[in-house]
Write a protein that binds this ligand. Structure first.
Ligand SMILES: [Zn+2]
Length: 338
């Protein structure tokens, strides 16, 4: 069932009658839509993402990747197909050197206005364990990056029901945890194959897209265990991948903070890695949603970054971060007459 402009309008009128009596985000329609993301639906994804103690989604030098890596990829694929339609989801398969059996999962939702461009929402699904004193075959990555994946899938679920002016690409990247040629491997492979400076395609084909058609990249990478608070609120870092994007980050933060409750986004500074960097380095506005103080997170890149570790993930925080990201996306691409 699709939310239509009509439903939006009725909702907007109904809400505007009562709005002066309650808190006042700028747009009550956006506020109501982001609350379609719920704690329970966010958490439910973790049943299938392979983030238990002992799970392993780290990319290895091999012909095929681990069963957990592939099962996680397949769950993301099925979930996107379920909400976007089977014909709108594909695997971008690739390999590099001795690392084989890799694939980005790419979903697309076409917008109503062909000239509006694309927003790319993304999260990586491979994991890592950099602690050599632990079992090397244990990399459950529940926080890094099950939390980002759940955000991506929740936003896909909600956005799939809404008419938007611009198109949206949903990307679950493989092989983020290693940099090659200065970029995270999976997103850089996709960018190299599907983004061009000039357009050479038939009118009815979506790809390749033009670099200037990309409005922004909203990337979620490890949003579950913030280390910092500000005025009693848990802090999200909104990080840049290009210093020239400070204005964009400021605007992201303003909208994020306008719609979220109990948490606060601040400029987390420059992060020249993770998948937002693939876009930011090419002068495409990009933001990295990242828990504050992530390098002090005791479970980061360890076997303890699993779903059974009760201290690992603050799901209320991660759910609210997802809502804040969606608020920004809606502010950019919701139909203008809504
Ligand atoms: Zn990560």
């Amino acid at each position: 069932m699709k939310y239509t402009i009509k439903i939006h309008s009725i909702l907007a009128i109904a809400l505007s009658l009562f709005w002066p009596l309650v808190a006042q985000p700028a747009n009550p329609v956006i506020d109501s839509l982001i609350h379609l993301i719920t704690y329970d639906s966010y958490v439910a994804h973790f049943d299938s993402l392979r983030t238990n103690n002992g799970h392993f989604r780290k990319v290895i030098e091999a012909e095929v990747q681990s069963a957990d890596h592939d099962a996680c990829r397949d769950y993301i694929f099925r979930s996107m197909q379920h909400v976007l339609g089977a014909e709108n989801v594909s695997l971008h398969k690739f390999e590099t050197g001795n690392y084989k059996g890799l694939a980005n999962v790419i979903g697309i939702k076409k917008g109503s206005s062909p000239d509006c461009g694309f927003i790319i929402i993304s999260a990586h699904y491979d994991s890592n364990n950099s602690n050599e004193t632990q079992l090397t075959n244990c990399a459950p990555g529940a926080n890094d990056n099950g939390t980002g994946l759940a955000a991506l899938l929740e936003i896909a679920r909600v956005l799939s029901e809404i008419e938007t002016e611009c198109s949206v690409i949903f990307a679950a990247w493989d092989f983020e945890e290693q940099m090659m040629y200065g970029f995270p491997v999976g997103s850089n492979h996709w960018f190299s194959h599907f983004v061009r400076n000039s357009k050479k395609k038939k009118a009815d084909e979506v790809f390749p897209i033009k670099r200037k058609e990309i409005i922004a990249n909203i990337n979620f990478d490890m949003i579950g265990n913030p280390m910092e608070t500000l005025d009693g609120k848990l802090v999200l870092w909104a990080c840049l991948g290009n210093r020239s994007h400070k204005k964009f980050i400021d605007s992201y933060i303003t909208i994020f903070n306008e719609y979220t409750q109990g948490i606060s986004a601040i400029n987390g500074g420059m992060i020249p890695y993770s998948d937002h960097y693939t876009f930011a380095a090419r002068r495409i506005p990009a933001v990295e949603n990242l828990e504050s103080g992530f390098s002090d997170d005791p479970y980061y890149h360890t076997c303890n970054d699993n779903i059974e570790n009760e201290k690992n993930i603050n799901f209320s925080f991660a759910t609210e971060v997802t809502r804040g990201g969606l608020a920004y996306i809606l502010s950019q691409c919701l139909l203008k007459n809504d």
